[in-house]
Write a protein that binds this ligand. Structure first.
Ligand code: T1G
Length: 673
């Protein structure tokens, strides 16, 4: 946990707590003991603190939070370092985050490896730096630079750290020797806490005005401003006391509990329960994409950006050209924003091999079908693909609803088949539902998960059912949203309930974005539903300039009197007298019913764990992260309250049934695990 070694009169203290050198109780005690040992040893003139492996330290042990943290707490550890009578130098050998960076701030000097990242990401966990960081950092780098690091939570590079004065020296390779040499020179202690704060309150106002989006719906960023104000306006001791008080308040907050849940949920999702140990991922040297449409091109970009060659196959030359041109256009747009160099764009495009030759897929280790969402078409393609694909190649469908087992059955190699459900836009959205078929081989599943992570995605394993996890939970939400409109609510009211909740858009905004015509029978003379009527009039959503809303050239939406009259017409057709519907009923019938569907998905084993369902919604649909995801949020609301509400409205949704698991957990007073 804590190792020490002597280098002449310098004592080296090494934080060694794999995998990320988290500062758990044992590490904290070890650090305090080692500092005390060094102070008592007349043969020690100075101290160097460093980390083992590729991290200096990822900060406090997040898993400890909420479980009563043993002494010494991290602020005490930092004070022990800062009050040490002998100079202490931090050798920042790698990433130093949160409490890890705060330990270095308690040191007198800092030497960093060139590749290190230094940050205070606590705000992303609904917290604030709670070991003196909010009081020391402004004193070291000034108010504006401190605000940027603390309120955004984004790390800085070692070079940037040197620019702002966060570190004294940046070296190539391991900084330990440079730190030991520095410590061995005639250094005098340089405690930061006693330095004045460089900056004033006006900088805080300027920062807030320039960064409104950092504060939307979140408590922690506002608390960060308060503690930095305290650093400027209060005495040292009062400033530290303010930090401690606000840190503990945030630690106990629902938002922080939700954000900490989301942190671990994302990592748990990458684990497949019960996978045999010999399920080693296969090598994927080339990926084939069938279909050069928006999805096919977006999917292909993920691999090109990860330097994986892509063979993109189309049946139509024009579509193929359009697809390749769209990829180029997307890369150029990213380069125009300075996020890619022209060289990187060319390198990615050089790996793209667009072709009309279906047999070219024979050279691919993974082929992803991204064509029209029609089972018969997909079955034809997979039957044909099975003849060309090389032995051991993985065959994946990007289907968003359909039965992967039925597709696999057309290939005579069902063990090689699974679903890879990317979310649009596929080159941007991080979620991939990895749909395991009945016969999908373990190593195929392991390969898909590892590859998804390699291309920067967040993969979640799903079983086969209509809509898998996310889209299946959308069904009761969309059905109830339409029913509520027929009963008296408006699309605007329902969407506003969802955006006020924190969703990026409501059900009708989402329908207009995705396409009102998805799943439409295409017969303009057959008008059974409100959506049929909209489609028949060409109101297919944003792509035709009108759907449930009207859209201007900039896709800004406005209410549509035509839609309002269509709604009235359909109410009349169904003999419905519209009634006032309150927001609470909308929440119950659109969000609570989603939770109920999530419980059924758990019951049926479609999702491995409830936190996987949260990850799907956090990364696939923009569910507000500060509520943890639908299942965590439901547990916070209280499952008994949810079941009672669903029972109250059951008569309004004929055929609706509360999940047995949900009812059982509610009766026991429990939440989802
Ligand atoms: N505590 C406990 N476990 C942690 C951890 C942490 N701080 N950081 C990572 N892990 C686990 C993680 O769950 C996973 O476990 C494994 O380590 C590898 O992580 C008082 C209050 C450091 C950039 O917010 O950002 O200090 O799944 O898969 O992709 O002011 O982990 O293998 O069982 O993410 O290489 C502030 C959080 C804490 C940093 C590495 N620090 N960590 O990314 O590996 S609060 C953070 C990360 C604090 C003080 C405050 C990343 C990483 P498992 P990984 P990675």
């Amino acid at each position: 946990m804590i190792r020490t070694a002597r280098s002449g009169a310098v004592l080296e203290i090494v934080i060694d707590n794999p995998p990320v050198n988290a500062l758990g109780a044992e590490v904290r005690s070890g650090l305090v003991a080692a500092i005390a040992e060094a102070e008592a040893d007349a043969g020690v003139s100075a101290i160097v603190i460093t980390g083992a492996g590729k991290f200096f330290s990822a900060g406090a042990d997040i898993a400890e939070f909420g479980k009563g943290m043993a002494d010494p707490q991290l602020p005490e550890v930092c004070l022990a370092i800062e009050h040490c009578l002998k100079p202490v130098v931090a050798a920042i050998n790698g990433t130093a985050l949160g409490g890890g960076l705060e330990v270095t701030l308690a040191c007198d000097y800092r030497v960093s490896a060139g590749g290190a990242k230094l940050g205070l990401p606590e705000v992303k966990l609904g917290l604030l730096p709670g070991a003196g960081g909010t009081q020391r950092l402004p004193r070291l780098v000034g108010v504006t630079a401190a605000l940027q690091m603390i309120v955004s939570g984004e790390p800085v590079s070692a070079a940037r750290a040197a620019e702002i004065g966060l570190v004294d020296i940046v070296v190539d390779g391991d900084p330990l020797q440079a730190a030991v040499d520095m410590a061995g020179s005639s250094l005098s202690p340089r405690p930061i806490s006693t330095a004045p704060v460089a900056g004033d309150l006006a900088e805080i106002d300027a920062f807030v005005a320039a960064n409104p989006r950092l504060f939307k719906g979140l408590e922690a960023p506002k608390a960060c401003l308060e503690v930095i104000k305290a650093a400027i306006t209060l005495s040292g001791a009062d400033g530290f006391a303010t930090e401690r008080r606000l840190f503990l308040a945030l630690l106990a907050s629902d938002q922080s509990k939700a954000l900490r849940h989301a942190f671990f949920a994302e990592r748990a999702a990458g684990k497949i329960d019960g996978l045999p140990n010999d399920a080693a991922p296969r090598t994927i040297a080339r990926v084939g994409i069938i279909g050069a449409g928006t999805m096919g091109g977006g999917i292909g970009m993920n691999f090109l950006s990860a330097a994986v060659p892509v063979t993109m196959v189309e049946t139509n030359g024009e579509a193929l050209e359009r697809g390749a041109a769209l990829i180029r256009k997307n890369y150029d747009a990213t380069a125009a924003k300075g996020r890619l160099t022209a060289g990187q764009v060319e390198a990615a495009m050089a790996l793209l091999h667009p072709t009309l030759d279906f047999a070219a897929l024979g050279a691919c280790d993974l082929v992803i079908e991204a064509i029209y969402e029609n089972m018969e078409v997909k079955k034809e393609v997979f039957a044909r693909l099975a003849a060309f694909a090389k032995p051991g190649a993985i065959l994946a469908s990007n289907t968003s609803y359909l039965d992967v087992n039925e597709i696999a059955a057309c290939t005579q190699r069902p063990q090689d088949v699974l679903g890879l459900h990317f979310f649009s836009p596929a080159n941007v959205m991080k979620l991939v539902e990895v749909v395991r078929g009945r016969e999908t081989a373990p190593d195929v599943l392991a390969t898909a998960m590892a590859l998804a992570q390699k291309i920067g995605k967040v993969p979640v394993v799903a079983g086969v059912c209509y809509g898998f996890i996310g889209n299946r939970m959308l069904i009761p939400r969309q059905d109830n949203a339409l029913a509520l409109v027929m009963e008296g609510a408006s699309p605007e009211q329902i969407d506003k309930v969802h955006t006020d909740f924190g969703m990026p858009m409501g059900p009708f905004q989402m329908t207009d974005l995705a396409g009102v015509d998805i799943g439409w029978h295409r017969d303009p003379d057959r008008i059974d539903t409100l959506k049929d009527a909209l489609c028949a009039q060409g109101r297919w959503g944003q792509k035709t300039g009108a759907g449930f809303y009207d859209y201007d050239a900039k896709r800004q939406r406005s209410s549509s009197p035509l839609v309002a009259s269509l709604i009235e017409e359909f109410r009349a057709r169904e003999n419905i007298t519209p009634r006032a519907i309150d927001d609470e009923e909308i929440i119950v019938r659109t969000l609570y019913t989603m939770v109920n569907e999530g419980a059924k998905i758990l019951e049926e084993g479609i999702a491995q764990r409830s936190s996987d369902i949260d990850v799907v919604w956090l990364f696939g649909y923009g569910w507000p992260r500060y509520t943890g995801g639908p299942m965590f949020w439901a547990s916070q609301v209280g499952l008994a309250k949810i079941v009672a509400a669903l029972d109250r409205y059951a008569d309004r949704a004929p055929g609706f049934a509360v999940s047995a698991l949900l009812r059982d957990l509610a009766a026991k007073g429990e939440g989802f695990a």
